[in-house]
Design a protein around this ligand. Structure first.
Ligand SMILES: [Zn+2]
Length: 53
């Protein structure tokens, strides 16, 4: 679960796009750049992907 008001505040760390919560996978997906972020204990882990650099 994630709080709805928290969802409205946060945005994608890569492109500042809107994030959509997926209840089945408990992840947030960016509508713009399609990055996926995990949610741990209701806290979104909004770390930009490093792409293995
Ligand atoms: Zn994005």
């Amino acid at each position: 679960m994630i709080q709805q008001d928290l969802l409205e505040i946060i945005c994608c760390p890569n492109c500042k796009g809107d994030l959509t919560y997926n209840e089945q996978t408990s992840t947030l997906t960016c509508a713009s750049c399609e990055n996926v972020f995990e949610v741990a204990d209701g806290i979104p882990i909004l770390l930009p992907k490093s792409d293995g650099k």
